[in-house]
Ligand binder design. Structure first.
Ligand SMILES: *Cc1c(COP(=O)(O)O)cnc(C)c1O
Length: 395
């Protein structure tokens, strides 16, 4: 066989399969929304981050096409070279407006933003303090910064305060998800901001799952809690509730100036394509002018929370469209997801390393396009599947 130097990959893939950790792609039909086509069957889609149903909104799709026709299929270069198109500036102004910040800077994805921004703010003489359940991109960004990386227990502002007090680092950076991607709960932002203030630390908040969902204007958790002025770096993505693609950091103008000069994941990559920016601009307008979408989503969240609580699942802290249905073992989570699929519901089992061992779960995500009756049908199917699980999958 050719490429014998890659033969080790067969052994590694077999090892991952044996451990139940092998991943596989699953193609879906176009334009997923409240429903999705998988292997020729229409299923209720409970695993999308398209929380407001904007990815398949005709107006947003048209805006993407119009932006491509007006400014090009690609940006042609990085922003700093010759890729700084008119639509980039327009979108940054709109994003700064949403966050009532001085400025915003686009990144090509939330992953790019979190991977590259910490290294601009801290280095070898400094320390990063990260919630233990923060998104993988934040962990990677902390590692790339070469700062001392310290984790605090999930949502534990008191432990954070102790770590900050003992730290002798030159600069201190606290990073937290606003809404945690696998648990759907919110960071205790006021307490974190107090700890940062007491110890002179910068506060960086990842609003990936909160933008478009939380706050009176959909600007996120900091807006909802009235804490915008206490967050130094507010990061958000355009790929979730906004239904497009890309990400940004909002904050002071001097922060933007430094990031555009120093963030390697901004400097060394081609600028976002106009289509993504056009879609995001239109989605922002819809978020601003159609608060009813957000209200509908929150009614569905309350409905699902009550239904899962009635079945004994601990979802009392969920503030977002993300519900953790924790089942324990990988086998139990996989069997439950498979049973739900047979009954017409598309939910993915989330396993280590995405979540801690022993907390394999279904991550049930809602979108404003769901009907309450679909959620009731899902809850009924969940009852059936859990009642019928064989003991071998009961771990
Ligand atoms: C999805 C996500 C990201 C990554 O954003 P992308 O734009 O999808 O790359 C970053 N942080 C959190 C908390 C996320 O959930």
């Amino acid at each position: 066989m050719a490429h014998p130097t890659l033969d080790w990959i067969d052994r590694e893939l077999a090892r991952l399969s044996d451990a139940g950790l092998r991943r596989a792609l699953e193609p879906i039909g176009p334009r997923q929304g409240a429903e999705v086509e998988v292997r020729g069957r229409r299923l209720v889609n409970l695993c999308s981050n398209d929380y407001l149903g904007l990815a398949g909104d005709e107006r947003v799709m048209k805006a993407a096409a119009e932006a491509a026709l007006a400014e090009g299929a690609g940006s042609g270069a990085s922003r700093l070279v010759a890729g700084d198109l008119p639509i980039h500036g327009r979108l940054e102004i709109a994003l700064a407006g949403l966050h009532r910040a001085e400025a915003a800077l686009l990144f090509n994805s939330g992953y790019h933003a979190n991977a590259g921004v910490p290294a601009v703010l801290v280095g070898r003489e400094d320390a990063v303090f990260s919630d233990e359940l923060n998104h993988a991109s934040i962990i990677d960004g902390g590692l790339l910064s070469r700062a001392d990386l310290q984790r605090y227990r999930h949502g534990d502002a008191e432990e954070l305060s102790g770590l900050l007090a003992r730290s002798t680092a030159r600069r201190k950076l606290v990073i937290t998800d606003a809404v945690f991607s696998m648990d759907g709960d919110a960071a205790p932002l006021a307490d974190l901001a107090d700890a940062c203030q007491r110890h002179g630390a910068m506060l960086y908040v990842d609003e990936a799952h909160a933008v478009g969902v939380l706050g009176p204007t959909g600007a996120g958790l900091a807006e909802q809690l009235g804490l915008k002025h206490r967050v130094d770096v507010e990061m958000g993505t355009l790929g979730k509730a906004l239904g497009a693609f890309g990400a940004y950091v909002a904050g002071q103008a001097r922060l933007r100036e430094l990031l555009l000069t120093r963030a390697r994941t901004f400097v060394f990559t081609t600028a976002l394509p106009p289509a993504a920016c056009g879609a995001a601009l239109r989605a922002l307008e819809i978020v601003r002018t159609e608060p009813a979408r957000r209200e509908r989503l929150h009614a569905l969240i309350a409905h699902m929370r009550a239904g899962l609580q009635a079945r004994g699942f601990d979802v009392s802290r969920v503030v977002s469209p993300i519900f953790p249905v924790v089942l324990g073992s990988e086998a139990r989570a996989l069997a439950t997801a498979a049973g739900l699929r047979e009954r017409g519901f598309y939910v993915r089992a989330i396993r280590p390393p995405t979540v801690p061992r022993g907390t394999s779960r279904l991550r049930v995500a809602l979108t404003a396009g769901h009907q309450p009756a679909q959620l009731d049908a899902f809850l009924g199917a969940l009852d059936e599947v859990l009642a019928g699980l064989p003991l071998s999958a009961a771990g």
